[in-house]
Design a protein around this ligand. Structure first.
Ligand SMILES: Cc1cc2nc3c(=O)[nH]c(=O)nc-3n(C[C@H](O)[C@H](O)[C@H](O)COP(=O)(O)OP(=O)(O)OC[C@H]3O[C@@H](n4cnc5c(N)ncnc54)[C@H](O)[C@@H]3O)c2cc1C
Length: 476
């Protein structure tokens, strides 16, 4: 049982007109309506939505590019659709649209995605496979943020929070320009780790219920040869065909997770080896001769907010990536001359802090396909399918109250940090759900800022109207 903890790393000091006094230091002050902390999967969409709503918006991102885990961790973007294929007779519905779909449209124009390809192999997991070129995704969302008028502060860490009563007044950033105060009216925490919420004194738990991972891209792979080899050994699980390097009908998702699918089908030394390394054999690709994501998982003994333990894990995972590559080269036809083409700059987490919000989505909510009076989106994918699926291939709703950080008037949490229930989180944490949450949070933050109200005084009809105007899809 995890114990709720309160973080004490709250910055204290006084705000003066032209600077903020932090101890003996005078920090420059910047003023915004909406401040989005973390320019990842959800944060990018939140910032675009807030700026388009007319808010003067700052996006503060620790790395040199926006994108987050969607460009570093997973295989496919799960999922813009309901699980229609697993439920004969159920209608195919695109249940996430809006800004997330715009990103895909932009990527399509420059060959940066497979599009929404239908899965033809293992259809009880996801019905559609949307895969992205990670580098072009970074570029496209960077451009979309700029076009929306977002002030983008990359290479800047959110390092603290300034509070006034139960509201956040500003965030302290740390960059090579030193420390600064970003004052705002409404804030979105999309740091994945829940850094801003923690600095602002929000309640949180650290469940440490997932392995961390560094996914690597492997180049110089003959995808067709590998497919032939897996087929010959009856070891193909997932398979989808879509756009690859401009050509339709190409393999864009393929593989078998280690374990039940490939045990006794592929050489024992290979299966034992990759299992021990926390790796697997499932990938997507947008390009010929390339496997975009090969995961190398590692279960840490403590939460990945522990920097010192993370340092050890970073090295172990990189060693395991190389060992995985060696196994691929040795045992997999088509991979004889493969090399590591990219890795994530640092390991990725599936969960850091879970921030306590006004509502905690439960597994029952997800599996029963519940909708709420304050839905901000619909979602229909579960990462534990087919064992756990949303009833009848339908959707559940993410309620606005699940984003409102408990006890803080003007702070919304989005992405992997919401929902303490492990099985609910196995749905809500997926990329497309995070993106949808981002659009709602950014829109809500902008409305709150313009009306001068806190997140609990926001009229739901104002939020829903704005989301509908911006192509967000709702179901009841
Ligand atoms: C290995 C792995 C595989 C996965 N596979 C899939 C998959 O196949 N399909 C799928 O749909 N989902 C998958 N997921 C889940 C999904 O990718 C994530 O849950 C989702 O992308 C999280 O989005 P987010 O916005 O919460 O966080 P992120 O996208 O991680 O964004 C957080 C951002 O905040 C920044 N940041 C953090 N702290 C600070 C700070 N203090 N100051 C400034 N910036 C900060 C980070 O640099 C990052 O850009 C996978 C996840 C992992 C780890």
């Amino acid at each position: 049982m995890a114990i709720p903890v309160l973080n004490t790393n709250l910055v204290t000091g006084t705000i003066e007109s032209e600077f903020y006094k932090e101890g003996s230091r005078k920090l420059p002050v910047r003023e915004f309506d909406v401040i989005v902390a973390g320019g990842g999967t959800a944060g990018v969409v939140a910032a675009i939505a807030a700026a388009r709503q007319g808010a003067k918006t700052a996006l503060i991102e620790g790395k040199g590019y926006p994108g987050g885990t969607v460009v570093e961790g997973g295989t496919a973007l799960h999922s813009f659709f309901n699980l229609w294929k697993a439920f004969p007779g159920v209608e195919k519905r695109q249940v996430v649209k809006g800004i997330p779909q715009e990103i895909i449209d932009r990527l399509l124009l420059i060959g940066g995605t497979t599009g929404h390809a239908e899965v033809t192999g293992r259809i009880d997991y996801d019905s559609a496979c949307t895969s992205i070129d990670t580098e072009l995704y970074k570029l496209v969302v960077f451009e979309m943020l700029a076009e929306a008028g977002v002030d983008i502060f990359v290479n800047s860490l959110v390092a603290g929070a300034v509070k006034k009563g139960s509201a956040v007044e500003g965030v302290i950033t740390q960059s090579r320009m030193g420390r600064e105060l970003f004052r705002g009216k409404c804030f979105v925490d999309s740091t994945a780790y829940g850094d801003l919420s923690a600095w602002a004194g929000a309640e949180f738990i650290e469940l440490n219920d997932h392995p961390v991972c560094n996914s690597m891209g492997i180049g110089n792979v003959n995808i067709e040869k590998l497919f032939t080899y897996l087929t010959k050994n009856n070891a193909v699980g997932d398979i989808a065909y879509g756009l690859r390097d401009g050509k339709e009908g190409q393999i864009i998702r393929m593989g078998s997770e280690s374990g039940y699918l490939i045990r006794n089908k592929l050489p024992k030394e290979f299966v034992d080896g990759i299992e021990k390394l926390g790796s697997g054999l499932i990938t997507t690709t947008v390009h010929d001769n390339y496997m975009m994501f090969i995961k190398v998982n590692y279960k840490m003994a403590v939460s990945p907010t522990n920097r010192d333990e993370v340092a050890k894990a970073e090295l172990i995972i990189r060693q395991n990536q190389f060992k995985t590559l060696e196994l691929f080269r040795k045992y997999l036809s088509g991979c004889e001359n493969a090399f590591i083409a990219r890795t994530s700059p640092s390991l990725n987490i599936r969960r850091g802090r879970t921030i306590t919000c006004d509502y905690d989505i439960t597994s029952e909510d997800v599996l029963q396909g519940r909708h709420f009076e304050d839905d901000i989106m619909a979602y229909g994918f579960h990462d534990e399918a087919p064992r756990l699926q949303i009833k009848n291939g339908g959707t559940y709703g993410v309620p606005f109250k699940a984003l409102r950080v408990k006890g803080i008037d003007n702070l919304l949490a989005v992405g992997m940090m919401i929902t303490s229930d492990h099985h609910a989180h196995m749905s809500t944490r997926n990329t497309v759900c995070c993106m949808g949450q981002g659009q709602a949070a950014g829109t809500a933050a902008a409305i709150c800022a313009s009306k001068g109200v806190g997140s609990r005084d926001l009229l739901y009809t104002d939020l829903k109207d704005a989301l509908l105007k911006n192509n967000v899809y709702f179901e009841s």
